[in-house]
Write a protein that binds this ligand. Structure first.
Ligand SMILES: [Zn+2]
Length: 385
């Protein structure tokens, strides 16, 4: 067996019960492994008053540019009911050529594949025409406050330059090779509270029913699509995710109504432009109805796009050669830490098959592990040619 065997490293990583935001030893393990390959490792602990301390790792081999970085996370989502699993989620098992365990595809095994690819690459390339680095966080699945975002700020402060970043999130819906993500939509959430006045349902003119204003707001926000999408992005969408009225009496007009909604948006918009548009709609309706409102916005990252240039096209060719599949460039799905890294480097996201991510019996096929290692290895070879 290879010294840096991807299956063995995947298993080792899955054994750390690093349920977000707990580290459980995963970052130290990786740091030790990378040191064996000659990497300069820096463990970065970040904390603030409201959130737990998070361990992150930035490791670099070489001091020349270009610097090709691999980014990933060692934290995993909770396993849910252990009894629903056919194995212990933190005791990885290989069954029918599948490795089963929490983090098998999202995304401990992807880290293992890249590590193995680097080790193979170094065997035949003692000198690199540049540097290889790892940006690993323990806080991607939860708040993502003390994770990649702060590592990126640290790298900016240290004038550390990354020329290209491969984010190893599981990007393929069904088969390895189907999808490279070259951007992501932005996400903006909103909490809205409308304050009317309570009254008897038989005398509506003597009170202000906040539900009436809410209905007008919902209608106005939903009636027209935000845009039609473009070549790289699907149309933006606003979705209401909750309406709350604390009132059980049929004959009472309630004083208050709360609602929440989220927008997934493409590069036609920014969080700032959307906030402005939403605020003005709500303000004009509430003003007309002479009713007060409170609004709170939560931004998790603007949309971004890496135009498919030489490195992305090169990756596509390699994927085609190894998987025989014509990769599509996509911007679908949720957000990822690429939304922070894009501030300092162009990103492509490519990893394993995401069919079982966050589910019970999360698994990855052993042949995919081998193929992904090969793909990452070929990317290293081509990039540093
Ligand atoms: Zn992930």
């Amino acid at each position: 067996m290879k010294n840096f065997d991807e299956l063995q490293i995947s298993k080792d990583l899955i054994r750390f019960p690093s349920v977000t935001p707990i580290d459980a030893g995963a970052i130290n393990y990786l740091s030790k492994k990378l040191k064996q390959l000659g990497f300069n490792c820096k463990i970065l602990e970040f904390k603030d008053k409201k959130n737990p301390t998070i361990k992150n790792l930035y490791a670099r081999l070489g001091n020349k540019q270009p610097n090709l970085c691999y980014a990933g996370h060692t934290d995993v989502v909770p396993p849910g009911h252990i009894n629903d699993w056919t194995v212990n989620p933190f005791k990885p098992v290989v069954k029918n050529n599948y490795l089963i365990g929490r983090g098998a595809n999202d995304m401990k095994s992807s880290i293992a594949c890249f590590l193995s690819a680097v080790s193979d690459f170094l065997k035949s390339n003692k000198k690199i025409n540049g540097s290889i680095s790892f940006l690993i966080t323990g806080d991607e699945e939860a708040q993502a406050i003390n994770g990649t975002k702060k590592v990126v700020d640290y790298l900016i402060k240290k004038k550390e330059k990354i020329d290209f970043c491969i984010v190893g999130e599981p990007t393929n819906p069904n088969k390895l090779g189907e999808m490279i993500k070259i951007g992501r939509r932005g996400s903006l959430s909103c909490n809205l509270e409308i304050q009317g006045s309570q009254g008897h349902v038989a005398y509506p003119h003597l009170s202000k029913n906040p539900i009436n204003s809410l209905i007008s707001i919902c209608k106005k926000l939903k009636e027209k699509p935000l845009d039609k999408g473009n070549k790289h992005f699907q149309p933006s969408n606003l979705e209401f995710t909750g309406i709350y009225v604390d009132n059980k009496a049929h004959n009472v007009i309630p004083a208050k109504v709360k609602t929440q909604f989220n927008i997934r948006y493409n590069n036609f918009h920014t969080a700032t432009s959307l906030k402005k548009m939403i605020y003005s709609i709500i303000k004009s309706i509430c003003k007309k109805n002479k009713i007060k409102f409170k609004i709170e916005f939560l931004t998790s990252g603007d949309s971004f796009l890496t135009k498919p240039g030489t490195t992305i096209q090169m990756a596509k060719k390699i994927i085609k050669k190894i998987t025989k599949i014509n990769t599509v460039f996509s911007t679908t799905g949720g957000t990822s830490d690429a939304r922070f890294i894009k501030k300092i480097a162009p990103c492509l996201e490519f990893g394993l098959v995401n069919k079982t991510m966050h589910k019970v019996d999360e698994c990855v096929s052993l042949s995919d592990l081998k193929k992904l290692t090969k793909i990452y290895n070929k990317i290293l070879i081509e990039y540093f040619k």
